[in-house]
Design a protein around this ligand. Structure first.
Ligand SMILES: [Zn+2]
Length: 325
């Protein structure tokens, strides 16, 4: 996807894959493609730009960060004219103030704190209300500067198995890869499901039909009470499926970690599942309704409070990682 936006009064074109900025094309006057200088981003596991290279593969900029995102090394090579403003976590760093823009809040990497209070700081009484990612910046990122919730009080990936996480994690019987469009969190039927995000109920299906059975779609709203829009101009929705009971109606407002929107169950294609396999199927989407496949869907692990990490000793398993601890 190509996005056009204006930075430093120049028109730059960015090329994206999912949330990662891959390439910038910097047009200058009197010059058209293919002569426009373009630079490629090489990001680390936190989405932070580490290297930029030009179209011939030569390094033009190297960036190294201290754990909380402070600049450590910022070197330019080969007389590059392009100095990327997108640095730690791929977020824009304001040239004048040195603050990092995360959407809802500004982060000040030099002091390792947010510049405003976390609206849900009462959830973390043992941490300062300005803390960044529970002081674990090497493992965690904060996608939009807002604290986020969990759909269940006890979050556990079904059977702690990587095949119940998001992506091409499953196999057809012939061995070819098969995707899973969300994450399955284990829950016995009748477990309370919370709104993981503040927003508006967009869709409710109260009939036990189709693969998903009874489900709810919630559109996420930002702290100003407007529909949330990401860097690519997409809206954001969460999707809760295989429910047994639904407490909300379309058009109702819900609050993250507060509104109990329904109860987990065995509806849809989860009908015959027993014991450890019973689950809530949870998705993050760019659209209210989507077809099959991963397109328009995002890895829920990046959006919830209680995350998983891949087990180092057994890469088919996951470990749950709770922020509050
Ligand atoms: Zn599922």
């Amino acid at each position: 996807m190509i996005k056009r936006d204006v930075t430093y009064s120049e028109l730059n074109k960015y090329c994206w894959t999912e949330d990662n900025r891959l390439q910038v094309v910097q047009p200058y006057e009197g010059q058209i493609n293919p002569g426009e200088p373009s630079f490629y981003y090489h990001s680390d596991h936190l989405g932070s730009a580490s290297f930029l290279t030009d179209r011939d593969g030569y390094e033009t900029q190297q960036l190294v960060y201290l754990p909380f995102g402070e600049d450590w090394v910022d070197m330019k090579y080969n007389t590059s004219q392009y100095d990327t403003p997108y640095k730690f976590n791929g977020k824009e760093k304001d040239e004048e103030t040195g603050y990092n823009y995360y959407g809802a809040r500004y982060y000040y990497d030099w002091a390792s704190i947010w510049l405003s209070v976390d609206p849900l700081s009462d959830k973390y009484p043992h941490l300062t209300s300005y803390n960044y990612c529970a002081n674990n910046p090497v493992m965690l990122i904060d996608p939009d500067g807002r604290e986020i919730g969990d759909p269940l009080k006890n979050m556990k990936v079904r059977r702690l198995s990587l095949s119940h996480t998001f992506g091409l994690v499953r196999r057809y019987s012939d061995g070819s890869p098969k995707n899973h469009q969300g994450v399955d969190y284990h829950a016995s039927p009748g477990t309370d499901v919370y709104a993981a995000f503040t927003g508006l109920v967009k869709q409710v299906n109260n009939e036990d039909k189709g693969d998903y059975g009874k489900f709810i779609v919630i559109q996420h709203y930002n702290s100003e009470g407007k529909p949330k829009v990401d860097d690519n101009g997409n809206y954001e929705f969460s999707f809760y499926a295989h429910l047994s009971k639904i407490n909300v109606k379309e058009g109702e407002n819900v609050t993250e970690n507060e509104t109990i929107i329904g109860e987990t169950g065995n509806t849809g294609n989860a009908k015959n599942l027993k014991g450890e396999d019973q689950h809530l199927h949870f998705e993050i989407r760019e659209k209210e309704t989507l077809g099959r496949g991963l397109k328009g869907r995002k890895d829920p692990n990046a959006y919830v409070d209680t995350k998983f990490e891949i087990d180092k000793d057994n890469n088919k398993k996951v470990n749950m990682l709770k922020l509050e601890e």
